[in-house]
Design a protein around this ligand. Structure first.
Ligand SMILES: Nc1ncnc2c1ncn2[C@@H]1O[C@H](COP(=O)(O)OP(=O)(O)OP(=O)(O)O)[C@@H](O)[C@H]1O
Ligand SMILES: [Mg+2]
Length: 348
């Protein structure tokens, strides 16, 4: 049998005092009326010091004061407010803490008499995330530099000897003296063809590592080149469409967008069994949107893209990270039997 019981005043007091999130209440003038232990820890002030203090003293700068005013205005006008929101608080020792905060009005007899806040300190978490982002950025840059170097070496060091070999084979087989037997000619021709295949393979590999066309001509020609490659090498009908006034973007943005398209198309090629692929670049006033879409078999989207990394699938995770590096967002749509669409939106 379940016994029902009601919480008493002191039980609520206990919950309030011992909650791990900081909580405090202030009146319409900003004068603090009450706060819990976590609030003392967060601010570095004792409860005695806090009570009666004006909350604006806890705000780091004008910018965050304005944020607090905006939250207050929205709550009073019943406007939409995303909660929790991020705020910065100034501690007694002068250091700053980043908090995720939720605010609601205190309503007594139908009238707003003050505001109550719940805040969680996310400073360390946030720093960790920022360090991580910085780390990913540095690794991505290092990886791109390395790819560029290898692509250049393949092009400048590995290709010329092969080219020379092909030219010499040409000279030998077309030379008139001494006359070559038919079978030797055929063998030479077949060796020459193999050498040409090897050279083309090498050049394709170098191109996909770091297409010169991207550095020399920019994103759109590079996307066109990738679409042509899909048509020629894999028989997938691929097109690039441009919407809006095309213009060049920062080299780093172009590179990361190219990498996202490259991975999306590699998925189309390897998993989708698609017959068509569309790449769309939309240039808006303050943003660009890249879409890669295929008419393939689609798949069930995972709950969280991040989970794929632990099973060694890095494509979608990498796309998401790259989109974040340029301040953008990635959207994935896929349905079994209905194809897949990857959309990246980047503010510029
Ligand atoms: N366009 C697509 N069509 C059908 N299935 C897809 C498509 N894109 C992704 N998938 C599915 O989602 C999974 C995850 O893709 P992701 O790119 O992260 O990994 P992967 O391609 O398997 O490996 P990696 O990219 O690391 O070589 C794929 O294994 C595939 O099952
Ligand atoms: Mg992949």
């Amino acid at each position: 049998m379940e016994t029902k019981f009601e919480l008493r005043e002191q039980d609520y007091r206990y919950l309030f005092d011992n909650a791990s999130d900081a909580m405090w209440v202030h009146d319409m003038e900003g004068s603090i009326l009450d706060g819990n232990k976590a609030f003392e820890n967060l601010t570095g002030y004792t409860r005695d010091e806090l009570i009666g203090m004006n909350v604006t003293r806890l705000l780091v700068s004008e910018e965050y004061l304005n944020l607090a005013r905006d939250v207050r205005r929205r709550l009073l006008n019943g406007e939409a407010l995303e909660q929790p929101y991020e705020q910065r608080l100034l501690r007694k020792d002068g250091t700053t803490r980043i908090v995720n905060m939720a605010t609601s009005p205190v309503i007594i007899d139908g009238e707003v008499r003050g505001f109550q806040h719940v805040a969680r300190d996310v400073t360390e978490e946030k720093q960790l995330r920022e360090n991580m982002r910085f780390y990913v950025q540095q690794i991505t840059r290092a990886q791109e530099d390395e790819r560029k170097r290898i692509a250049r070496e393949l092009h400048d060091e590995a290709s010329p000897p092969l080219l020379l070999l092909i030219q010499r084979l040409d000279t030998v087989s077309s030379g008139t003296r001494p006359r070559l037997s038919e079978s030797l000619k055929n063998s030479l021709e077949s060796i020459r063809r193999q050498a040409i295949n090897a050279l083309e393979g090498l050049q394709r590999y170098a191109q996909s590592l770091r297409p010169r066309i991207l550095d020399d001509l920019g994103l759109l020609p590079a996307l066109e080149w990738m679409a042509e490659d899909l048509v020629k090498e894999y028989g997938i009908d691929a097109h690039v469409e441009v919407i809006g006034n095309e213009r060049s973007l920062l080299a780093e943005i172009e590179l990361l967008l190219f990498r996202i398209a490259q991975e999306a198309l590699s998925n189309t090629r390897r998993h989708a069994e698609a017959s068509r692929a569309w790449i769309t670049m939309e240039f808006g006033d303050d943003r660009v949107v890249l879409t890669v879409n295929d008419n393939g078999k689609g798949f069930d989207l995972p709950q969280r893209i991040g989970d794929l990394a632990s099973v060694g699938k890095l494509g979608l995770v990498g796309m998401q990270e790259r989109a974040r590096l340029i301040g953008g967002g990635l959207r994935l749509q896929s349905e079994v039997g209905k194809g897949t669409t990857v959309t990246v939106e980047v503010p510029i």
